[in-house]
Design a protein. Structure first.
Length: 224
């Protein structure tokens, strides 16, 4: 189915460089009661909703924003809430692009060692490898990297805040794609940015989520 410890939060203006939400209605599947319309990318027709499971409840588009929230739940096509299979993959037929927002709702396993989110190109290069590790020599770290032509790039490990994931607890993670980087927030706190190493964003065709977590929902939206 197609479906970066400073102030701890990031204003929507800072995160999105002034992009505003859309009030246009989407094409495709119906919205549930109280569910706002997905946001739209300028110059493109409204997309069909891209989702698995149910939409997330509560929370703004980006931490610190006073913008629209996502009251819910409002179920869309796909498996029932809490029943997404892990490993989980989402095909991205149009690739990724500036203003794409990916929201992942899940829960960390009680005895988790690591969780992984990958964005992969059609040639099987890793454009973005996001790998929280719960016990690397006694430390909690989040490793980010790319792997292009079977060659791993330099690892990135610095965070703007603390390690956000807690064993046996739910989380909401957002990945925002801009022209220059991926920006990641967890539980309404901006966490990190990862500059693009694969420049052809449209070649990034798959989202993969795996290892020690349960997954309840994955939602893709485009901002305007």
């Amino acid at each position: 189915m197609f479906q970066n410890n400073s102030s701890d939060t990031m204003d929507l203006k800072d995160a999105l460089d002034g992009w505003s939400s859309s009030t246009n209605a989407p094409r495709g599947g119906p919205s549930g009661p109280g569910q706002p319309n997905p946001l739209l990318w300028p110059g493109h027709p409204p997309p069909d909703p891209l989702w698995s499971g149910a939409s997330s409840g509560g929370g703004a588009l980006w931490p610190g924003s006073g913008g629209p929230a996502f009251p819910g739940p409002a179920a869309g096509p796909g498996p029932a809430p809490g029943r997404l299979t892990v490993p989980h993959e989402e095909e991205l037929p149009a690739g990724v692009f500036a203003n794409l927002l990916i929201t992942i709702n899940g829960s960390v396993h009680q005895h988790a060692n690591k969780i992984t989110v990958d964005l992969t190109t059609e040639r099987a290069d890793l454009a973005f490898h996001f790998n929280p590790r719960f016990n690397e020599n006694g430390q909690q770290v989040i490793v980010r990297n790319s792997c292009v032509g079977n060659q791993w790039g330099p690892e990135e490990r610095d965070l703007l805040g603390g390690f956000p994931f807690v064993k046996d607890k739910p989380f909401e993670m957002k990945i925002l794609c801009t022209d220059h980087e991926f920006r990641v927030a967890v539980d309404e706190r901006h966490l990190l940015a990862f500059q693009h190493r694969v420049r052809d964003l449209r070649s990034i065709r798959k989202l993969s989520i795996y290892n020690d977590l349960s997954l309840s929902a994955v939602r893709l939206e485009t901002l305007r």
